[in-house]
Design a protein around this ligand. Structure first.
Ligand code: ZN
Length: 589
């Protein structure tokens, strides 16, 4: 008899709820329903688990990555904008502001599927959609944005005995901020459903009966609230109905908080059922020299600034599927400097320091790898007679720290091998001889030495490049005159019997260069017009003669005989003139 009355009461309450929902014509939510006995059973499991001391979530912030799946009709309708998605994430984080949970948008995909977008709780469409689209539910909150028929959203409780891919939250696209559902378009449906996802019941769970919603600081509540009344008190127990609580059914402008008790319950349930999602990774941050010894300190970009110095070997609690940007030390330490980042043993071929890492569950360490940098390398212009001439040349150094990165507070960094964008790596013009050493300052640029053996043959590896400038006019000490010089080739000195440097293409004005030895001298060999170190050029029976005619500004002419004709050129004309007979006015006056 007692049971019968209880069943009758429950059905009356249910009918009342449905009546209220129908009046509002807005069914907020369609989660799994539970009897008081089932709620108590779930509580019992939780308490047993807590007694074992398994609690994972401490005082730290827990970052949960959200994967958004926008399911549109076959014709592409029922779409939402990226701005709406960002606003939805903001709304969720605002709702959870007094908890330690924070949500980050990991990725967004849009799918056209009429069958899926009109799915309902427990339907074949729900199963098909989630089986096809869900991303690892152990780590991600999968958020499906659909056009649910007659309902604003539903979620899966963490303890539900269902296939893993079914976990996640589904909301109507009309409920996103800026959506079409007046009074329900501030994104609070998403917040409400994530409350379920984290283990919260409705505040009116079990009506005025124990155990209610299994949260101590939410007063008992007979049924869902409709709209936004000024106040409501539907149960004899103390306290007004929590009509502003996200887990009630009030309209969006009415909802504004979770309670501390709800947050505690979410921490417990998430630790119990979604442990991977709420457990940070332990990532060891290293900075090592060429002998694998720790060296210097590093920084982490957080809250729009670089952190204080972090010692090499420090283990940090970081979140899977989140991005973190680190910067290795930028100075020379014991003749070594930053060369490359490593993730575990994997070398990050983009050598930009700082580097942004997307952490995976399997990651354990990040290392800023130092290497020996050589200070005594010279790059210059020379003539064939090995005279160092002045003039300019160009050098490209992927490790030169000269780019103020606006994404990171305009802190300066190197450019790596970037081929486009504002931080594109470009040649910089330097005067010959040029010293990319530890200290020489070229208008603020200090090269801090060069690495040896940076191989241009591997397309994934960074390397240095040189570029000759030609023609260029320089004054030569031997003649005390200006001469125009043309590029001939690149060469390097010999150090201990081997080339100090090798070139990708020594005959090209622009070439990759690999420094092989300290003390390397890299030379752009320049050929001056009307200059030769070869005695053959001046032999009396040579084909060419150099003559200087007095009275004509002392200009030198190169006179030659070819195929029975006489010709000449001078360093002003820089072209040949053929004299078939007689005397040219340039020569004879
Ligand atoms: Zn709900």
């Amino acid at each position: 008899m007692k049971l019968y009355i209880k069943a009758l009461l429950i059905s009356i309450i249910t009918m009342l709820c449905l009546a209220e929902e129908l009046r509002s014509q807005t069914i907020r939510c369609g989660v799994e329903s539970y009897t008081p006995e089932e709620v108590l059973q779930i509580e019992e499991l939780l308490n047993e688990w807590l007694e074992k001391g398994n609690m994972i979530i401490g005082p730290q912030i827990v970052y949960i990555p959200i994967v958004v799946h926008v399911i549109r009709y076959d014709n592409g309708s029922a779409d939402v904008s990226d701005q709406q998605i960002n606003d939805q994430i903001d709304a969720i984080n605002t709702g959870f502001a007094n908890t330690n949970f924070r949500f980050r948008l990991y990725s967004t995909q849009r799918i056209n599927n009429t069958f899926w977008t009109t799915n309902t709780f427990g339907s074949l469409a729900e199963n098909d959609m989630k089986a096809a689209l869900s991303l690892d539910p152990d780590y991600f909150l999968n958020l499906y944005i659909c056009d649910l028929p007659g309902i604003l959203g539903y979620a899966r409780f963490p303890w539900e005995n269902i296939a893993k891919h079914l976990q996640g939250v589904v909301v109507s696209y009309k409920t996103l901020p800026g959506g079409s559902l007046v009074d329900y378009n501030e994104g609070d449906t998403g917040t409400h459903e994530i409350g379920h996802f984290c283990g919260l019941y409705h505040t009116f769970q079990n009506g005025c009966n124990e155990p209610g919603d299994a949260v101590e600081d939410t007063p008992f509540q007979l049924s869902a609230t409709v709209g936004c009344p000024s106040s409501r008190n539907s149960c004899p127990q103390p306290g007004d109905d929590p009509i502003h609580n996200f887990m009630d059914y009030s309209s969006d402008p009415c909802l504004d908080h979770f309670t501390q008790g709800q947050f505690n319950r979410m921490k417990h349930i998430m630790s119990q059922y979604r442990s991977k999602m709420v457990t940070p990774l332990n990532i060891t941050l290293n900075q090592k020299n060429s002998s694998s010894q720790p060296v210097g300190t590093l920084k982490l970009w957080e809250s729009n600034d670089w952190s204080s110095d972090i010692n090499s070997g420090t283990t940090l609690n970081l979140w899977a599927y989140s991005n973190y940007t680190f910067q290795g030390a930028q100075q020379i330490i014991s003749n070594e400097k930053y060369n490359v980042w490593k993730k575990g043993d994997e070398i990050i071929t983009d050598i930009i320091n700082h580097h942004t890492f997307l952490l995976m569950p399997t990651d354990v360490s990040l290392t800023s790898q130092f290497d020996i940098t050589k200070s005594n390398v010279v790059i210059n212009n020379t003539t064939e007679s090995s005279a160092i001439i002045a003039g300019n040349l160009k050098f490209k150094d992927p490790w030169l720290i000269d780019y103020a990165d606006p994404l990171f507070g305009n802190s300066v960094r190197n450019r790596g091998m970037k081929e486009s964008g504002p931080d594109k790596l470009e040649f910089k013009e330097r005067s010959s001889p040029f010293y990319p050493d530890y200290t020489t300052n070229y208008n603020g640029d200090v090269y801090k030495g060069v690495f040896l053996d940076q191989d241009y043959l591997d397309p994934n590896k960074p390397y240095y490049s040189v570029q000759a400038i030609y023609p260029q006019t320089c004054t030569l000490a031997q003649t005390n005159r200006e001469h125009t010089f043309y590029f001939q080739n690149w060469s390097a000195n010999t150090v201990n019997g081997v080339p100090g440097a090798v070139f990708q293409n020594a005959n090209s004005p622009t070439t990759g260069v690999v420094f092989k030895k300290e003390g390397a001298v890299v030379s752009a060999n320049m050929k001056g017009t009307q200059l030769s170190s070869q005695s053959e050029a001046f032999k009396h029976n040579g084909q060419n003669k150099i003559v200087r005619i007095s009275g004509n500004q002392g200009i030198m002419y190169q006179v030659y005989e070819s195929m029975g004709n006489l010709g000449y050129k001078n360093d002003m004309l820089r072209k040949k003139v053929v004299i078939e007979s007689g005397c040219d006015s340039n020569l004879c006056s």
